[in-house]
Design a binder for this molecule. Structure first.
Ligand SMILES: Cc1ncc(COP(=O)(O)O)c(C=O)c1O
Length: 417
């Protein structure tokens, strides 16, 4: 073990008090500028902040749909709202089951339960933390109606195999692209492969309005339902006949639309920057014995929301906790675990079947099934949460930052090899 290591009193690879890492939490890791200010000023000067009758949200929807390569985009208030809208647009029955993943943000799952459907969870691939096709298939029952597929960390899920399963079992596919603006699988942009796609523009995402989201699809029927539902089933421009179904109000306003439009136009440059620095880091750390860079599916084009790696404990003489402490002491920005470090299905809301009041609706018969979410069904999830190092990536990272990370990881790996 080397005395040079910062954890043993040596000097740090990077003194982050003098040279902090760029962050998605402020301007250092975000691409904001005059473009956002100009469009915001236009909105304020117009006096019109409501989307109907305004210009920004409409224009953003048009340009984002064009970027993704689909006919239609609906802007909403968050990524969670987008998932909720996509699930609502399917018009399923209470108690119907939707399969999703154990490693994601709770926003992937809340919309399922809010529409009174039962979330069922599939275990992941330990290399990517993305749900596995065989694990999905193992969870299908006669009540399964849809999948919420999460493209985690900016890497697409294996959509060829997942779409084959969906076709075989006649399931809708919602693509949760909250973390994956610009990612592609097999040359196709995520959100264009399944039936309907959802994005988030929360502060940390590739493009951001602080909070915001989008639903995208070529399916006119699903989009018409999502659009009516998100606007309280208000018949804009038509004769008001009274509200038709239970809807909600998830409308985006013009101020958010202005920032969304400016950010949408910057997405190609944001992706270029993220890919340049992340791919440089990937190449460098792949040369360090004992470090395994993130496994990327050969058909995937990553959009780098999170940069991850794993260590090879057969090569290194330390465990994950020791390695983590040592790289953090070097000033490296990595931790382990994601979203609390426990599988989503272990959260009390699922363990206790406690969505509303004191009953167990929608799990309880006659609506649904008392699905039990058991630790032993998710061995790969537990392994991946404990053994994967992650850091949030952003467009502020440079090749110089990548070099510093390489030096820090190399120093620790060599000390423990
Ligand atoms: C995969 C995934 N889905 C959904 C969401 C929910 O998005 P929002 O925070 O905009 O509601 C997030 C947010 O982090 C996410 O990462």
């Amino acid at each position: 073990m080397s005395a040079d290591l910062a954890i043993n009193g040596g000097s740090k690879t990077r003194d982050t008090s003098k040279k902090p890492w760029p962050s998605v939490g402020d301007k250092s890791g975000r691409l904001f500028g005059q473009e956002e200010i100009d469009l915001l000023t236009e909105v304020v000067n117009s006096g019109k902040l409501f989307r109907h009758g305004g210009r920004m949200v409409d224009q953003f929807e048009k340009e984002y749909a064009e970027q993704v390569g689909l006919k239609d985009c609906l802007a909403v208030t968050s990524g969670s709202a987008a998932i909720h809208a996509a699930v609502a647009a399917l018009e399923l029955e209470p108690g119907d089951e939707i399969i999703t993943t154990t490693i994601t943000d709770i926003g992937s799952v809340m919309g399922i339960l809010q529409c009174n459907h039962i979330p069922v969870f599939a275990d992941v691939d330990r290399r990517t933390m993305i749900m596995r096709p065989d694990a999905i298939e193992a969870q299908i029952t006669d009540r399964t109606r849809a999948l919420v597929v999460v493209h985690l960390f900016g890497q697409p899920a294996p959509m060829d195999e997942i779409m084959a399963i969906a076709k075989k079992h006649n399931l809708y596919v919602i693509e949760d692209c909250a973390q994956a603006h610009g990612a592609e699988f097999g040359g196709k942009r995520v959100s264009t492969i399944g039936d309907i796609g959802c994005y988030s523009m929360q502060q940390s995402k590739q493009i951001t309005t602080g909070d915001g989201g989008m639903v995208v699809s070529d399916n006119d029927e699903l989009m018409a339902r999502a659009r009516m539902w998100h606007d309280k089933y208000y018949e804009r421009g038509g004769e008001m006949r009274g509200y038709m179904r239970l809807g909600i109000c998830y409308r985006m306003n013009e101020l958010t639309g202005a920032v969304a439009l400016a950010q949408c136009r910057k997405l190609p440059e944001i992706l270029r920057r993220r890919r340049a620095s992340a791919e440089a880091l990937y190449e460098k750390i792949a040369t360090i014995p004992g470090i395994k860079p993130p496994w990327v599916h050969p058909d995937a084009k990553h959009s780098w929301w999170i940069f991850s790696f794993q260590i090879d404990e057969d090569v290194l003489s330390c465990d994950v906790a020791t390695f983590r402490a040592a790289i953090q002491a070097e000033g490296m920005p990595f931790g382990t675990g994601y979203a609390g470090g426990i599988p989503i299905c272990m959260y009390p809301v699922f363990q206790e079947h406690q969505a509303y009041g004191t009953g167990e609706f929608p799990w309880e018969p006659p609506y649904g099934r008392m699905v039990e979410y058991r630790e032993e069904d998710y061995p790969e999830t537990y392994w991946a949460q404990a053994n994967t190092f992650i850091t949030s990536w952003n467009e502020g990272y440079t090749e110089e930052d990548a070099e510093d990370i390489y030096q820090g990881l190399k120093k620790v790996a060599e000390a423990y090899s």
